[in-house]
Structure formats: structure tokens, C-alpha cells
Design a protein around this ligand. Structure first.
Ligand code: 6GU
Length: 231
């Protein structure tokens, strides 16, 4: 468990996934050897002419369906080298991704993400290969790639050693079901807009109490649904 994670992604638009992992914290995770992200082009696994990966749906109706063979070829080919903890299909009708799911997935060693497109993928792939189906929220994207980028970012930053003290995940909004308190940096005053005195007081106990109070207040105002008996 932990300390090194590999995430393989199967996509029909692999270019969409180049930039998201090339910067900032995701880049640092890669550079530190803590996270490896590999993008595979589904079209490399089709045996159909013109690299076809989608087709009309049986029974009729608008919209193409991702064909079973290229997906099975791709999944089984990757499974020859890797035993995946989960094979995850990204789809608007999946379970909604949240922080507890990110926490759980960050403990895995190997994940395979499959980005959906068009009307979706042939149901037989879902029945026989997919272990989890995940959506990132109640809206429809043109494909699963941006959702995959969101998930990999949320998961990757939780791998031990990726974040340093300055970026610690422990104080993130949602980790304790509370939103983060307001934050300030230099200057102490601009145009008469002052930083709260308490933050300049040097009294760490009082500062901590103030932050907790602000977190609670902010959560009550903005996300009362997050509050339970604990608060
Ligand atoms: Cl994972 N895929 C697509 N196409 N749309 C979405 C989504 C996923 N999650 C929310 N909307």
C-alpha cells in the first residue's frame, strides 16, 4: 500500500490529458517518483479499418457507442503488465466522486481509468471488466478525460510525500467536512482594508480558535449540508 502509484488511462483523445499532469503538484509527484500517469490511445487497440472505435447502437437511436473489441483489447493488453486494484469507468451515471473516495483511491497502487465518449461504452465492457463507475458531478461533459484529470489530481495530491507542509492536505476543505477559513498575506493594509487583528497577534491558540470559528460559520452559510452532529 501507498508510496508509489501508477494510474493508466485509456482515451480516444489522449492529447486532452497531456497538460493536466505536467505542472505544479502533479509534476512534483511525478518528479519525486511517487506517481506515474500513462495515457493510452484506444485507437491503437482497434483492428477495424480507419482506427474505428465507435459504432451505431443496436436497436437504433442517435449517438455512437464505444465498441467492445478495442476496449477489451486495450484492457487485457494492459492487464498483462499490471494487476489493477480497480478498473474505473468515468461516466455521468457513475457514483459521484468526493473527498472520501479520493482518500480511499489514494491508497491503491494501480488504477486503470477508462474515459467514456459518445453515448457510452458497450454494456458488456461494464459487466465484465469495470469494477467502479465514477462521475465527477451532475452535469455532462463531452468525454471522461477532464473528469479523469480531476480525479487524478485529487488522488495524486494525497499520496504520502507529494505535498509538503505548506500544501498539507490535512487542512483542506472537506477533509473534516468543514470549509477552509479565510486567509490573508502581505500587506497588512491596503486601501484601508485590514487583515483581522487576531491573525497579527502572535497568539496561536487564539488564532486557531478564530480559524475554527470562521470555518464553522462559513460552512453554515455556504454548505449547511456538510454539517452533522459533530459540529
Ligand atoms: Cl466521468 N464523464 C462525462 N462524460 N461527463 C461527466 C462525468 C464523466 N462526470 C460528470 N460529468
Amino acid at each position: 500500500m501507498g508510496l508509489f502509484m501508477k494510474i493508466d488511462i485509456i482515451s480516444v483523445v489522449p492529447d486532452l490529458l497531456q497538460s493536466p499532469f505536467a505542472h505544479s503538484i502533479m509534476k512534483r509527484a511525478k518528479d519525486k517518483g511517487l506517481l506515474e500517469v500513462n495515457i493510452y490511445n484506444l485507437r491503437d487497440y482497434t483492428t477495424y479499418a480507419r482506427a474505428q472505435v465507435d459504432d451505431y447502437q443496436f436497436g437504433g437511436g442517435a449517438g455512437m457507442v464505444m465498441m467492445i473489441e478495442p476496449l477489451v483489447n486495450a484492457i487485457e493488453s494492459l492487464q498483462q503488465n499490471t494487476t489493477y486494484d480497480d478498473v474505473i469507468f468515468l461516466t455521468p451515471d457513475g457514483n459521484t466522486f468526493d473527498q472520501p473516495m479520493a482518500n480511499q483511491l489514494s491508497l491503491k497502487n494501480n488504477l486503470l481509468l477508462i474515459c467514456g465518449h459518445y453515448k457510452g461504452i458497450d454494456q458488456r465492457v461494464r459487466d465484465h471488466f469495470i469494477t467502479k463507475e465514477i462521475s465527477i458531478g451532475d452535469y455532462v461533459l463531452s468525454g471522461g478525460e477532464l473528469a479523469a484529470a480531476v480525479m487524478v489530481d485529487a488522488i495524486g495530491r494525497l499520496i504520502p510525500g507529494v505535498l509538503n507542509n505548506e500544501t498539507s492536505a490535512l487542512t483542506d476543505s472537506f477533509q473534516d467536512n468543514l470549509l477552509s477559513p479565510p486567509v490573508y498575506t502581505r500587506p497588512e493594509e491596503l486601501r484601508g482594508w485590514k487583515v483581522p487583528d487576531i491573525l497579527l497577534s502572535g497568539n496561536h491558540a487564539k488564532i486557531e480558535a478564530w480559524r475554527e470559528e470562521q470555518s464553522l460559520q462559513r460552512t453554515k452559510e455556504r454548505r449547511p449540508d456538510l454539517l452533522d452532529d459533530k459540529h
